[in-house]
Design a protein around this ligand. Structure first.
Ligand code: NAI
Length: 282
């Protein structure tokens, strides 16, 4: 049985995941604003530092995996909090836990992204770049340009930057090379308190009219099953993947957008990376 850190463990998909893992006999160290083992506010650097340290303390030097589900939906009036919790609330914690995850050997990390990454049109590149550069103030300036729709773009930017960070990290010597499998679950519409709040605070039409080819809404327990799978031995060969769990919304809107073959620039990048791989230090 393993020891897993689960952020957002007090509600929705994080809570369902914590329950699922505990049901299997694993030890779960939950992190949330309330009602779990580690009470912490992931919207501030101090809260994140305290949370990551307390988890490591409770884990007693062994973490077999981590699930980062804490997040805020794109409701108006909290753009900065969205960027802080959804991006830095994942990246800062995982970087603090990385060496302990590496010590476990064959550890697994599942990060909650979103299909907002591919469905939200014109996500500001400047905001994504700023987050990847660890510059929340610059990201805020990029997002504010969208006026009263800024929260939607703060949300999409946070999840796109997070997904990119996860894919970049996943394949690196520090993660893959250290035996840590890092992957992203990208849910669509899942019935949780976050979704209820989005509907109540201005996104009713966007949610109700979103194309979902399979129909209905996802269930938190189903997401938890996918996370359990991403933490299991079945995921030993899963690395840097983004798994869409969205009833077909991404496939509907982005049908032929990916997988795509690359153009000339992509071919050059491919050759460069292939050479770097062949010449990597052994
Ligand atoms: P939820 O609202 O039910 O749970 C999120 C949890 O994060 C809550 O327990 C909340 O207290 C915690 N949290 C928020 N701010 C925090 C902070 N400053 N410090 C510590 N904890 C904090 O949400 P849900 O729907 O279960 O979301 C889980 C993840 O899935 C989130 O990252 C969300 O962005 C993502 N997601 C959700 C979708 C949905 O339709 N429900 C769709 C796509 C992605």
């Amino acid at each position: 049985m393993g020891t897993y850190a689960v952020t957002g463990a007090a509600s929705g998909m994080g809570k369902a995941t914590a329950e699922r893992l505990r049901g299997d006999g694993h030890t779960v160290i939950g992190v949330d604003l309330r009602a779990t083992e580690v009470i912490a506010d992931l919207s501030s650097p101090q809260g994140r530092a305290a949370a990551s340290a307390e988890v490591l303390d409770l884990a007693g030097g062994r973490l077999d995996g981590a699930v980062c589900a804490a997040g805020l939906g794109g409701v108006p009036g909290r753009d900065s909090m969205i960027l802080q919790v959804n991006y830095f609330g994942v990246v800062d914690l995982l970087e603090a836990w990385r060496s302990t995850l590496a010590t476990a050997g064959n550890s697994k990390v599942a990060v909650f992204g979103s299909n907002a990454t591919t469905l939200t049109p014109i996500v500001p590149r400047a905001a994504v770049r700023a987050l990847l550069d660890r510059d929340p103030d610059r990201a805020m300036r990029a997002v504010r340009r969208f006026g009263n729709r800024s929260a939607v773009f703060a949300y999409a930017s946070s999840k796109l930057a997070l997904t990119r960070w996860a894919r970049r990290s996943a394949i690196s010597p520090q993660w893959a090379g250290a035996g840590i499998r890092l992957n992203v679950l990208a849910p669509g519409i899942v019935a949780t308190p976050l979704l209820d709040e989005q509907i109540a605070r201005g996104q009713k039409d966007a949610v109700q009219h979103l194309a979902v080819p399979i129909g209905g809404r996802g269930k938190p327990q189903d997401a938890a099953e996918w996370v359990a799978f991403m933490l299991s031995p079945a995921a030993d060969f899963l690395c840097g993947s983004v798994i869409f769990l969205d009833g077909g919304s991404d496939a509907y809107f982005r049908t032929d957008d990916w997988p795509v073959s690359t153009g000339v620039a992509g071919a050059i990048r491919y050759l460069r990376r292939a050479r770097a791989w062949r010449n990597r230090p052994s």
